[in-house]
Write a protein that binds this ligand. Sequence first.
Ligand SMILES: [Zn+2]
Ligand SMILES: [Zn+2]
Length: 181
Amino acid sequence: MSRELSDKRLPLSALGHKPQHLVGHIDAASLEQAVAMMAHAPQPAQVDVTAQRDQGKLSVQGRVSIVAPLVCSRCLCEFDQSLEVSVSRQFVSGDDPVAESAGEVRMEDETTYLKDDVFVLRRMVDEELVLAIPPAPLCREACAGICPGCGVNLNDEACVCRDEVEDGPFAALKNLRLTGQ
Ligand SMILES: [Zn+2]
Ligand SMILES: [Zn+2]
């Protein structure tokens, strides 16, 4: 049986130096932001990370994976995409000095500041999955998409409206332009 880790929290200040191996799963209901980007609720995310305190910081390394039901940005069909995320994060207690003063988002620095001193596993997993979901998912690299003219899914059917356009009023215009050059 896989361990349910949705409620796993580690208070940083009370943590010993012994590494904690967190292996199990997190249900979709606990991954609100990532699931909001999916077509429907997925099977639980699989988690295999080691959390270790290292000089006042909590270092979290390992892997997170899920089979994400996504909607193709070209043909709008649903498809499953396996996401494998390699996690390498650091957490410290306190307010983020940079965010407080400048409000900047730091992309390079992997350190996350925890105002309430508590590391919440499902929150980190949710963030990692949000970043792993492609901004414009594709069901396949060569997805042909939907014809803007007749609306057929070009992966399944041949479009007929293009032929009509060729014979329409613009066909003559196109020929004219070609001969004029
Ligand atoms: Zn597609
Ligand atoms: Zn068409």
